[in-house]
Ligand binder design. Structure first.
Ligand code: AMP
Ligand code: ZN
Length: 443
């Protein structure tokens, strides 16, 4: 049964056929680490986690390479670190840890094995090398300490998003910097300003500074996946200009390369029809919901109730329905009926139709629920534990945490571990924080 994916490049649903079935390669734009992930960010991560699981199901665990980057150098990061009076390194380390904690709670697979999570700041050399290639080939120029990509050098610019350069100029609301030859030209390298903290300043042939955002993804995808790879994903807000610019840079630096073959874009998570975003202030973080006692798996289920490329309007009812349906499925996990509808996989193979796949799970009778749930990243818990882990647990957790902190202070490691294990057996996981306090959450 072939897998079909909607390819933004062709604007069609296409049969997916990897360049090399023994080594399927996918790159997805990851978070910019300056604050807690909100539900819109989580939607993107969960969607590609399901696609990764499905690809592993089809091609085998050892045959799918997945790269999801961490953007740890950016204007927003600089501003947030300055506001908190901490270094960029401190901020990005802390926020990356939050991201991992929150995504783990949503059953997102961690970066291990064939999945890599490269940080931009560890790949400055690859970015510089790519920028040098672009300059040498006439695709980029140096102006007032900046290096800019010359959009005029790219014949196909706009082929992904359908936007053309004329439109860019007409639609430009911001003042065009004097050092740009063309208003559509974008920054590959920008000079450090006096206020930049040392951990975000790097040496380059063009002086001290830092890379532009777009070049990060071109350099890291090429470094790990080669010049031609199978899938590139991200939210639909990234289609233009980020992904358009990635193509221009990669093909500009390596003429003749194909870069990504299939471009997948997840739709927005919205609130009353408006995109959830930090700048609009209409966001709910994953942590907000977990702290209110919501289970991560329920949040994940809610995110999968709408097809990945359609808008998903977030509301309490969606979460309530997700909870009821998951409870129902966990109750069914105990039943021993053998029948199971094979069309569950057909729905997933049809451009990741998770809402239809979920409705088939709800209608099915079956012992294969757990196997099917694995591809979606749900239903992997012991049903008994699932029901025990309701909102009612927790009142006695804090005293145990306090007792454990006291035991650690007294260097009584055995007692501290015993308390951790006792809570783990009840499905409660502890997370020690750098400031000495301990958080807990349900597994
Ligand atoms: P950022 O940290 O803003 O760079 O975003 C990380 C990822 O989340 C990107 O792939 C974005 O496209 C995606 N994203 C951000 N907001 C939303 C939203 N409201 N709905 C869906 N995806 C989003
Ligand atoms: Zn990217």
């Amino acid at each position: 049964m072939p897998l079909y994916l909607h390819n933004t490049l062709s604007r069609k649903k296409e049969e997916f056929s990897p360049l090399d079935a023994a080594n399927v390669r996918m790159y997805v734009c990851g978070p910019t680490v300056y604050g807690r992930a909100h539900l819109g960010n989580a939607r993107s991560v969960v969607v590609y986690d399901v696609l990764y699981r499905l690809l592993r199901y089809i091609y085998g665990d050892g045959h799918v390479q997945y790269v999801r980057n961490i953007t740890d150098v950016d204007d927003k990061i600089n501003a947030a670190a300055r506001e908190r009076g901490i270094s960029i390194k401190q901020l990005t380390t802390e926020v990356t840890q939050w991201f991992h904690d929150d995504m783990r709670a949503l059953n997102v697979l961690p970066a291990e094995g064939m999945m890599i999570e490269p940080r931009a700041t560890d790949h400055i050399a690859q970015m510089i090398a790519m920028i040098e290639r672009l300059i040498a080939g006439g695709g980029a120029y140096v102006a007032q300490g900046h290096v800019l990509f010359s959009v005029a050098s790219c014949r196909d610019y706009g082929k992904l998003s359908g936007r053309v350069q004329g439109e860019l100029e007409a639609g430009a609301r911001v003042r065009v910097e004097s050092y740009k030859c063309d208003p559509g030209d974008f920054v590959l390298w920008k000079p450090a300003d006096g206020e930049d903290d040392a951990s975000s300043v790097f040496m380059s042939p063009w002086g001290r500074g830092r890379p532009g955002w777009h070049i990060e993804c071109s350099a890291m995808s090429t470094h790990y996946l080669g010049l031609d790879f199978d899938i590139h994903g991200g939210g639909s807000d990234l289609m233009f200009p980020h992904h358009e610019n990635e193509i221009a840079q990669s093909v500009g630096a390596f003429p003749g390369s194909g870069f990504a073959r299939t471009w997948v874009h997840n739709g927005f998570l919205t609130v009353n029809g408006e995109k959830m975003s930090k700048s609009l202030g209409n966001f709910v973080t994953v942590r907000d919901l977990l702290d209110k006692g919501q289970k991560g798996e329920v949040i994940r289920y809610a995110l999968l109730k709408v097809k990945y490329n359609e808008p998903l309007d977030w509301n309490e009812k969606l979460l309530g329905d997700a909870k009821k349906e998951l409870d129902y499925l966990y109750r069914k996990l105990n039943e021993k009926s053998e029948s199971f509808s094979g069309s569950f996989y057909e729905e997933l193979y049809d451009d990741l139709n998770t809402p239809k796949a979920l409705s088939l799970l709800l209608m099915s009778e079956g012992s294969q629920l757990k196997a099917a749930g694995k591809v979606l990243g749900i239903l992997q818990q012991d049903p008994e534990l699932w029901f025990k882990g309701g909102a009612e647990v927790g009142t006695d957790v804090q005293p145990l945490i306090d007792a454990r902190i006291a035991a650690k202070k007294a260097k009584n490691w055995a007692e501290a571990d015993r308390i951790r294990d006792e809570l783990k057996a009840r499905g409660i996981l502890l997370e020690d924080r750098p400031d000495g306090t301990t958080d807990w959450r349900r597994e």
